[in-house]
Ligand binder design. Sequence first.
Ligand SMILES: Cc1cc2nc3c(=O)[nH]c(=O)nc-3n(C[C@H](O)[C@H](O)[C@H](O)COP(=O)(O)O)c2cc1C
Length: 463
Amino acid sequence: MKIAILNGSPKGDQSVTMQYILYVKKKIPEHEYNILNVAQQIKRLEKNDAAFQEILDAIRDSDAVIWGFPLYVMVIASQFKRFIELIFEKKATSYFNDKYTMLLLTSIHFFDHTAENYMHGICDDLGMKFVDFYSADSWDLLYPKRRAMWLKIAENFFEAVEKKIPTTRQFPPIHLREFEYNPEKFKNGEKKVDPEDKKILIITDSIDDNKNLGKMIKKFQSCFSKNIEIINIHDVDILGGCIGCGKCGYNHECSYTGKDGYQEFWEESVMKADVLIFAGTIKDRFLSSRWKMVYDRAFYNTHTPTLIGKQLGYIVSGPFSQIPNLKEMMQAHVEIQMSNLVGFVTDEYGDSAEIDALLYDLARRLIKFAQMNLIKPQTFLGVGGFKIFRDDVYGRNRFVFLADHKWYEEHGVYDSFPQNDQRAIEMNKKLIPLIQIDKIRNKMDFRIEFLKPFKKVITDPNK
Ligand SMILES: Cc1cc2nc3c(=O)[nH]c(=O)nc-3n(C[C@H](O)[C@H](O)[C@H](O)COP(=O)(O)O)c2cc1C
């Protein structure tokens, strides 16, 4: 069989993910494996139609396709995202239609499920026959049992292709709403939101002021009594996507530093704002690849949050509620950054007047919450996600991410980890011997015990 592998790593042949393919090639040599470094070559593929056609021809000539890619900020790298956009823009979906496919992803398992969801949805949109996914920890290949498991999954995939097993769509097609948003102008005397001393910044990739997103941004700006800064990420001098060189791990310095304007944009504009509004139009099942590039390039701060305490709102044009995976990623990003998610406004539902009202209310709440320093508790997304970072930075990847390690030490990330949570130590010292006594344990009502400390807070007038 001929297997085409679409390599989503910007590192090309130096990709860890591709080592998993090379291993399969070594162990199951009877198939032909054609690795296509599409993410690494994205600039060429964008400009050169013949080069893009070569990729399509390789897909056409293959019996099956493996999308092999690293996780980049909860989903795929911007370069790979751009490749997917090109397939749709160049109307080349028929090359993928009915091809058997699987996903091979490598990561530290931080939001690998959202990447799987995204790519699975894309495979469904391309009309592919989706067999399976394999989400490996980057280091799995180094462990005999784990690499044996990967081989089994690969064999199973090849067998599925040979036997032409039945497959089905999992993600429903997305329906776009035909709707033109026409905002009302502010009438004389209508109250606007006073930002007071808060610095507000809208970041967008809007390319047309007359499209819904452009008009929503204008309307949102007009809700304030002062001029609100807006930065279009197409105007930021960004030389390219993150190349995964890993140089930033040591001191949070990007290999692009001094070569383009990204770091200045992030540090002088984004990090200095109190209130941020991310505004974009949905492209396939995410925002644009330009937006993805902005997220990826912020990874020069690796696993250290840089937007702590900020209020964040999203203005989105497109079928947002049909893609819960996207909402999850956006919410998780805000939580991991330790900022506060104020809300989303989209053009999906309601008429123009309703959207006007939602935009106004978003403006009002952003300022109110900023004045109150309001930060809601993280959900599982932030709490669980950060624990993955903490374990990785403390442990096996400390030598790579020394800058994170230093920040985590200085900011108490390790305070109750691994076993130096003094409150827990004292409690366990007292309670474990008691719990082990049958008579005491059987008499104990945990519902009452758990409530005891709360009772103090509820009844104490000074608390
Ligand atoms: C910019 C960037 C973002 C990343 N984001 C994630 C992430 O969100 N979740 C995760 O588990 N790993 C993440 N990683 C780790 C990579 O997915 C992992 O190291 C992968 O194995 C690299 O594969 P490659 O060598 O094929 O590119 C990220 C790495 C980089 C460079």
